[in-house]
Design a protein around this ligand. Sequence first.
Ligand code: AMP
Ligand code: ZN
Length: 482
Amino acid sequence: MQLYNSATHKKEEFTTHTPGHVEMYTCGPTVYHFAHIGNLRSYIMEDVLEKFLRWDGYEVNRVMNITDVGHLSSDADTGEDKMLKGARREHKSVMEIAQYYTDAFFDDCRRLNIKTPDMVQPATGLIDEFIKLIEGLLDKGYAYVAGGNVYFDTSKLERYYIFNAHDEEDLAVGVREGVEEDRNKRNKNDFVLWFTKSKFEDQALKWDSPWGVGYPGWHIECSGISLKYNGEYLDLHCGGIDNAFPHHTNEIAQSEAYIGHPWCRQWFHVHHLNTANEGKMSKSKGEFLTVSLLEEKGYDPIVYRFFCLQSHYRKGLVFSWENLDNATAAFHKLIAKVAAQDPADGAVDQTVLEAYKEKFRAQVGNDLNTALGVTALYDALKAKTNGATRLAILNSFDQVLSLSLLEKAAAVREEQKRQKTATQGGYTITGEGDPAVDALVLQRYEAKKAKNFAEADRIRDELKQQGIDVTDVPGGASWRRI
Ligand code: AMP
Ligand code: ZN
């Protein structure tokens, strides 16, 4: 496949250290609050990438961290501890908060058809590994102790890797954003590997270390977790674009200084979900949109996935309710078209199936063009072949897109089978084909026509008592058991 690599700023042929095998790492969530649908845009696109690689024949080992150690609210290793803030807000312990929001995150993922990575590692479970890494960096002269903390010395690198074309001025952003300048740093881009001088007196999670009781810095957990579970040769590292600097830049610095050779080949960054008024969706500003909120408002979470797939991951995506409504209408139409395919129509034509897969491979394999992947579904629906083959093509594409197309279409077909209509004098009753119920629905209609509304209401109540809900529709009524 061709994939844009943020490290080289180019679209490149995707390659792996071991042929046919992908070592993949994803920066996981900070679990002090629910994930918003912006965070989940990143996880949806990364999920499609993983599934495309598997579909394309690769074996994938995907690793993800859970940031449950106090993650500072600023890129400058200063500011508030997000985990502690969450614990205070909800009167719970930090670990209770972490567990609750980790579960909530995977619950959201399940509802969005996002596969759980092969290995999920909470940072608090691997402190010894981080200490080993920091000791190694100190031994090799890439780190120093100052004011009780251990810092990474960026001046020791031949090249402090930068994803975007930052100039020196921009590089200071991380520092300038901070509430206070850290006077212990030798160079402005140096960052903390281990804190013992906590800015939070009541820091809940602390561990013993050769440098005193404290906790790891923000970036070391991803290097530590990936080196342990992906090994020294990482093929693909994913995250939202805001993670490119300083987080990923610092991950590269630490990992390469420690292992002594290039670390990760390919960097995949998903651009942001934005709102029209607030800009980038974030956990701390504007309307906090979660999967649960979408469901409460009556949206199918898979429609949000569909909405994300319609845009390229390297472009910002604007969220609005109107956009989601449009996606809902389009998705329902798509499902209706899939439902109209007859699975019993013929046998799967392998030649046609392979030809369609080849085209999909070229389209989606061009820098993960999911919008073309969605278009390919409509092309498959128009394929000059039988129903069984069209459904086989759709099923194959859906292994990558994960829109539950066939399940949803089967449910629509079931519902259509269940529904029977009876027409009397131009009045059509859609229901389950129960003549007694149909008769009552018709009586209600006649009472309404005669303006005998009391009788019409009485019949509606009688039906309700039988567990039947009636809705008036153009030209008749539709009923269902509730
Ligand atoms: P966090 O839980 O804040 O560590 O973020 C989890 C992931 O979501 C990271 O990969 C972020 O880069 C990504 N992310 C944060 N905000 C957005 C957004 N508005 N749109 C897309 N991805 C985001
Ligand atoms: Zn990370």
